[in-house]
Design a protein around this ligand. Structure first.
Ligand code: 5GP
Length: 190
């Protein structure tokens, strides 16, 4: 998505060798008009596909997943990263290593919210090593749901997670793919 590439060039900051900060429009302050542009693009990509639910993981995936869900008129489920007293009953779960926090989380979705009749679109903000997507795919597959595709706003292609999942046969459609980045220079895959 050309407009996203331009937005990343205008507002993104590369931290070290592998973190892109986009807090001005996606991760802390949210540019809602731009978020809707991204979600209209997601809707266009999956036009004609039957989707029953959108699945994401807290916290940074929730904004884009909800905006996409509003555009596509689907319910959205987010996997929780920690046990809370308001989650009761059986859950599907998967271990996910957090790229930005460096910690392991056991992400969970109650079994009541996803089942084998579901056709799921998985959405997240970033795709790096693919841990978050693998955990969400695992949960959807435990439920017997069909995975229609996975879309992240920004894929850091040089970290390889997206291509690994493509090789396994999953449909991975990122809105912008960065193949190389360093402070002051970001190169996109076309
Ligand atoms: P993965 O699980 O694919 O290794 O990493 C994806 C998750 O880590 C996303 O949910 C996102 O929250 C976070 N993440 C990975 N790389 C970046 C990055 O460069 N910038 C930001 N803001 N988040 C990232």
């Amino acid at each position: 998505m050309k407009a996203l590439e331009q937005k990343i060039l205008n507002e993104g900051t590369v931290l070290g060798s592998d973190i892109l900060k986009v807090g001005s429009f996606l991760n802390q302050q949210i540019d809602v008009d731009f978020l809707l542009d991204m979600c209209n693009e997601i809707n266009r990509i999956y036009a004609g596909e039957e989707i029953t639910k959108i699945l994401t993981v807290e916290a940074s995936g929730i904004a884009i997943a909800i905006a996409a869900a509003v555009v596509m008129h689907k319910n959205v489920i987010f996997a929780k990263k920690s046990k809370t007293s308001n989650v009761t009953g059986p859950v599907y779960g998967a271990k996910v290593h957090s790229f930005t926090h460096g910690t392991d989380n056991y992400i969970t979705v109650p079994k009541d919210y996803i089942n084998s009749n579901d056709k799921v679109l998985i959405i997240d903000d970033f795709l790096a090593n693919g841990e978050a997507l693998r955990g969400l795919i695992d949960i959807a597959e435990q439920a017997g749901a069909k995975i229609v595709g996975c879309t992240c706003a920004i894929e850091k292609g040089f970290q390889g997670g997206g291509d690994e999942l493509r090789k396994k046969g999953y449909r991975i459609e990122s809105l912008a793919i960065i193949d190389k980045m360093e402070p002051g220079n970001i190169e996109f895959r076309h």
